[in-house]
Design a binder for this molecule. Structure first.
Ligand SMILES: N[C@@H](CCC(=O)N[C@@H](CS)C(=O)NCC(=O)O)C(=O)O
Length: 215
């Protein structure tokens, strides 16, 4: 298997955590994609993922799977022991629901702010983003507020349970983790009052899968 991605980036981290948790990190080859150079917006990459984003999983038979959730579902079920996407009907539903919230309210909101209200990854990508970033678009700025609201929401969740979707580390935690990495790059610090979210971050940063994935 191959993973097309770029190390140190938020969405790639989500899948790297999954690979580590499943003991698959050394079973894949990583193919670097030049995001600052806009390689992912040109035809050869768009042929493997029309959305123009990383990560993408390439299987040995030439199948390409994009979207962190789809990649995670695939990898988590390969050994018949899904530890990250839920085992029971209820667990699966909770993981799915919370991971979707983690995307829409946090990591994707930060992505919109970063790419459309800041210089983002630089000049090569600007034609694909909002051309008026110097004006710090209202739309982009709005998503900074949305992300902050998302942080407050996940803090409230973590005051009641140890992990985002319940009592085990799941795909939803990996998404929030990627979201907080993105928040760091986009300079949206987690407010110090959000102690449950900050404590969760400290705790999950110590998990072997997260340490391996971040190395
Ligand atoms: N929903 C996608 C999001 C992927 C995504 O946005 N990845 C970022 C890297 S962290 C990317 O490729 N950004 C390129 C761009 O926005 O131009 C997924 O789950 O894989």
């Amino acid at each position: 298997m191959k993973i097309h991605d770029i190390p140190g980036f938020p969405n790639p981290l989500r899948v790297r955590v999954v690979l580590a948790a499943k003991g698959l990190l050394d079973k894949v080859d990583f193919v670097p994609v030049d995001l600052p150079g806009a390689e992912h917006k040109r035809p050869p990459f768009l042929a493997i993922n029309p959305t123009g984003t990383v990560p993408v999983l390439e299987l040995d038979d030439g199948t390409y799977i994009s979207e962190c959730t789809a990649i995670t579902e695939y990898l988590d079920n390969l050994d018949g022991n899904p530890i990250l996407t839920g085992k029971t009907a209820l667990e699966k539903a909770m993981v799915h629901m919370m991971q979707k919230r983690a995307e829409s309210e946090l990591i994707d909101a930060i992505g919109i702010y970063f790419h459309h209200a800041t210089p983002g990854l630089g000049e090569a990508l600007q034609p694909y983003k909002h051309p008026e970033w110097e004006g710090r678009t209202y739309w982009g700025e709005m998503h900074r507020e949305k992300a902050l609201a998302g942080m407050h929401y996940f803090d409230s969740v973590l005051r009641k349970q140890p992990y985002i979707a319940g009592d085990f580390f799941s795909m939803a935690d990996a998404t929030v983790l990627g979201g907080l990495l993105f928040a760091f790059y986009a300079q949206i610090p987690v407010p110090s009052a959000l102690t449950a979210l900050l404590e969760w971050k400290e705790r999950v940063d110590q998990l072997p899968a997260v340490i391996q994935a971040s190395a």
